[in-house]
Design a protein around this ligand. Structure first.
Ligand code: PXL
Length: 276
């Protein structure tokens, strides 16, 4: 059985990060080992959230696994609780990584032109170091701009999206998968493969609703499918379709934008598409 280790926080309430990654990766038929980076009462869009940083656990867990000879097919990181965790996560990946493993980094630090509340202006520079060792980086446009030092634009065209993802790849990542790519009246995902110097875009209808945690739904689904053995293009298309299905099923629920999408109700959609 294939095995992913996913490194991100536990937000005890407000479906995102590990409470999404665990069930979604399991649904793709892949084992999800976890390293929780912090325990928070909720995600950081709620006021007065609590946060217990688990920074001091990251390397001891890695050392134990190394001693046990544990192997992973992929390393998948999401929300990290502080800039100082980033060097530890890089060390962990370098210690446990073997030939053929995938390193997938969701920079999970910003949206809509702004950093998440827990991060300061220094954080993107540190996150860029982690992205530099990735096979695949999964930013939204805000994160791609922060990571490359590009001024954020609310509205942009295809040429701007291509320029930003190419710049991000030039910093080290082999492939960039830009989520929430919105230009020319279209909405979807843009892949840049720096080894082949090729682009692939997948568009779908934009649903007029935004929910917290949908980036984590996309990234977890994408990672599970890719490790399962689907092509990167299929993994993008199915992950985008599943995320859209989650949003469709949730969009009439009052206040759900805070609590996350009803991804549980959409799991049959995902399972149906695992191998086709
Ligand atoms: O969904 C990304 C995410 C994950 N974890 C925490 C967050 C956020 C986004 O705000 O606050 C704690």
């Amino acid at each position: 059985m294939k095995r992913i280790v996913t490194i991100q926080d536990i937000s005890c309430l407000g479906k995102c990060s590990l409470t999404v990654a665990l069930p979604v990766i399991s649904a793709t038929g892949v084992e999800a080992a976890i390293i929780p980076t912090a325990v928070l009462s909720t995600h950081t869009m709620f006021k007065n959230f609590t946060c217990k940083d688990l920074d001091d656990q990251i390397l001891p867990i890695a050392e134990h696994w190394k001693d046990e000879g544990i192997k992973f097919d992929a390393f998948y990181t999401g929300y990290l609780a502080s800039a100082q965790q980033i060097d530890k996560v890089i060390t962990l990946i370098n210690e446990l990584r073997q030939d053929g493993n995938l390193v997938i980094i969701d920079p999970a630090m910003a949206d809509n032109g702004r950093l998440y509340p827990a991060f300061d202006e220094n954080f993107p520079k540190e996150m860029a170091k982690l992205c530099a060792i990735a096979d695949i980086v999964l930013p939204n446009i805000t994160e791609a701009c922060y990571l490359t030092g590009t001024p954020y634009r609310e509205e942009y065209d295809e040429a701007f999206a291509k320029e930003v993802v190419k710049k991000l790849a030039s910093q080290g990542a082999k492939k960039v998968v830009l989520t929430g790519a919105a230009f020319s009246g279209k909405y979807g995902v843009m892949l840049y493969d720096s080894e082949k110097d090729t682009f692939y875009t997948y568009f779908q209808d934009k649903i007029d609703a935004t929910f917290h945690g949908t980036g984590d739904i996309f990234s977890s689904t994408f990672t599970g499918l890719l490790v399962r053995g689907r092509t990167i293009e299929d993994s993008i298309a199915i992950a985008a379709g599943y995320t859209a299905e989650c949003i469709r099923l949730t969009k009439n629920t009052p206040d759900a934008n805070w609590y996350g999408v009803d991804f549980e109700r959409a799991l049959p959609y995902l399972i149906e598409r695992l191998d086709k």
